[in-house]
Design a protein around this ligand. Structure first.
Ligand SMILES: *Cc1c(COP(=O)(O)O)cnc(C)c1O
Ligand SMILES: [Zn+2]
Length: 437
């Protein structure tokens, strides 16, 4: 399994042994896992991965954990769907959707949680905790239940009721905090200093973040071991975007990809919380924190920890950022559902709206193989779309149903095409009875 050599400061390069550490003692910079890629390359090949479990643990050699936990929820290896109908609407013939709604708790946060929890168990922690905008809370509570650990999740009191209920049901402690995510995060950093708990995205953040790389690994394997030309990624803290880039590059370092990938990576933010895309557009040196106000609550992080690194990745790879309004987010959620049969949460709407924006601007080109990351399920943010959809109303009487369709101006294309209604009794003998006779 994983061959993490050490942790390294992203700012000054200081190296530490791979324990429960997350900030550099010299410069307070964030720490990142360092691997012995030469050693990993000697041990992995495509065939071995393809024989592995149909979960993210098939890439265990590139994850920072010794052993796969014996009890786990089966995270990852979600479908990469060819999006022909959406692609046709956007003029992108080679469009794919990575459908991460199909994880144990219906968001990509199962990936980061699976890896952080495995590391927490390895380090001997009994309580697992997090600061969350909702999805991470779902994941931590569920994975802790399966592993038999105690859990404490902290969320802003203002998140969707559905996310609070669907977290509390797993039996851990849900703490709603009177404040936004940034305040919740500060509280958790303080609690982490006073209690011996494994906060997956605070004191275990270097390991947590590595879980996101599996989205890149799976994408490449599912494309037949080819890197995509362009990825569109939603941005909250910016961690996911930077790790998709890291994951793609690692595949080349361990020779699972012969050629160095040249994947352009574009970021997606909601206009109501766009500190990263704004700093990118203004070529600012630093990110100015904002107060979030958007329906895309799962990525509403006003002071994003990895924002500057996400901007570096977007600039270095030749990507761009999209900034989309709540109205565009809702339209995009409906567009994705109507064309591909995938119901995404608001953050998925941010991704698809950005895809539309960047395709219209010509930034994403028709010749590119494009992968859009849909990271959470629509049932998590049902309230946002509730008033956006229409239903038809009738009494149980057939005449009323027909009158209602007439009033709505419904044209029956199937009847026009000569299709007949299916009647309950066959008017001619079926083939079966002919043979029997
Ligand atoms: C957390 C989250 C993201 C973004 O993650 P970051 O790593 O914080 O940028 C994207 N989509 C969904 C649904 C999320 O819950
Ligand atoms: Zn440092």
């Amino acid at each position: 399994m994983g061959d993490v050599r050490s942790l390294r400061c992203r700012e000054c390069g200081a190296e530490y042994s791979a324990g429960a550490l997350y900030a550099c003692e010299f410069c307070f910079g964030p720490l990142e896992c360092v691997y012995d890629y030469g050693h990993i390359a000697d041990r992995v090949d495509r065939a071995a991965i393809e024989r592995g479990p149909k979960t993210l643990w098939r890439y265990g050699a590139l994850l920072p954990v010794g052993d796969v936990p014996s009890r786990s929820l089966g995270t990852g290896y979600t479908p990469l769907v060819r999006a022909e109908r959406l692609g046709a609407e956007l003029g992108l013939p080679k469009l794919w959707i990575k459908d991460d709604t199909r994880n144990p708790t219906n968001s990509f946060k199962d990936r980061v949680t699976a890896v952080a929890l495995a590391k927490a168990v390895e380090l001997g922690f009994g309580t697992i905790a997090c600061a969350s905008t909702g999805n991470l809370a779902n994941a931590v509570a569920a994975h802790a239940a399966k592993a038999g650990l105690r859990s404490f999740v902290f969320v802003p009191a203002s998140i969707e009721d559905a996310k609070i209920t669907s977290t509390a049901v797993y039996g851990g402690s849900v703490v709603t905090v009177d404040g936004n995510y940034d305040a919740v995060n500060r509280l958790c950093a303080e609690v982490a200093g006073t209690r011996p708990w494994a906060f997956v995205n605070v004191n275990l953040r270097p390991y947590y973040a590595e879980g996101s790389k599996t989205l890149a690994f799976e994408t490449v394997e599912q494309l037949g071991w080819r890197a995509p030309d362009h990825c569109v990624v939603p941005v909250g803290s910016g961690s996911l975007l930077t790790k998709i880039d890291k994951g793609l590059k690692e595949l080349h370092k361990v020779w699972l990809l012969e050629e160095e990938p040249h994947t352009r990576i574009s970021g997606a933010q909601a206009a109501g919380c766009a500190p990263v895309s704004t700093a990118w557009a203004e070529h600012a040196e630093r990110i100015k924190p904002v107060k979030p106000d958007t329906i895309a609550k799962s990525i509403a992080i006003g002071d994003p920890a990895d924002g500057v690194y996400a901007i570096d990745v977007v600039n270095d790879t030749g990507g761009a950022f999209g900034t989309v309004t709540d109205e565009e987010i809702l339209d995009a959620m409906k567009l994705l559902a109507r064309t591909e049969g995938i119901f995404a949460e608001t953050a998925g709407g941010v991704t698809i709206a950005t895809l539309c924006q960047l395709a219209a601007a010509g930034t994403i080109r028709p010749d590119e193989t494009v992968v859009a990351y849909v990271t959470g399920h629509g049932l998590k943010t049902l309230d946002a779309v509730h008033s956006e959809v229409e239903t038809l109303k009738t009494t149980p009487r057939l005449e009323d149903f027909d009158a209602m369709l007439d009033a709505a101006g419904f044209v029956d294309a199937d009847a026009r095409a000569g299709l007949e209604p299916v009647l309950p009794f066959a008017s001619s003998p079926s083939r079966f009875s002919e043979e029997d006779a």
